[in-house]
Design a protein around this ligand. Sequence first.
Ligand code: 13P
Length: 268
Amino acid sequence: MMAAMRPVIIAANWKMNTTPADAGELAATIAGRIREPAVVRVICPPFVCLAAVGAALADEEIGVGAQDVHHEVAGAYTGDTSAAMLQGLASWVIIGHSERRRDHGETDERISGKLRRAVEAGLRPILCVGEVLDDREAGRAVAVVDGQLHGALAGHLPADLQAAGLVIAYEPVWAIGTGRNASGADAAAMAEAVRSSIAAIGWGAAAADVPVLYGGSVTAANIGEFLAEPSIDGALVGGASLKPDEIAGIVARAGLTANARLVETAAT
Ligand code: 13P
């Protein structure tokens, strides 16, 4: 399938940064710098900043996303956030980020439950997968990511996840926050492997339509290396997404690819 059919997506993961007092101003500043309608743009602030960011982006075509959602509908889960609580605050949600797998013991089974809650609530999921350095050095990167995808997706009807607009973010753990990004070619090979795994999980040819983002030390300076790869559909950006100049450069570069894909699609 032609990459031209897939959207280009730049999602900002603000992680545990900003406060309700300053998040709206940062979102407004960034919004003014990323007006590139051909690119699907999403900002994922902390839960407590969702309302402020949503208000700041009310007149912008920029999605707002949460960074997690609980795997149960409701109940005695102190400190957690359900899909229902996100209604009106977020339309996207990051699920299975490696920092949550690491710090909150999130298993593939839990992550599968989170996906179910997101789908039920109409939240568009960005499912994160990626290997640690030992796995990459041992040649196990594809196997690890394949296992994560099976664990998260196999219990779901492909049609449900397709309707929800599932996005995969390939984020090698060793590249997150380290300044050591994967090469464009390695990330592209993993994006292809992701689609092969999803095809084998029961999606068949529909796997070719799944957007796959790269994440891990993405900057305005290196985004071009990833977007030069037809199998990569954008980026999930951490640290650089808090810096207006950086995210502006990233979205501007993504606009070139997004507009080229639109032209390609129109020509076919
Ligand atoms: P950095 O861009 O800071 O490496 O973070 C990547 C990430 O984890 C995005 O979800």
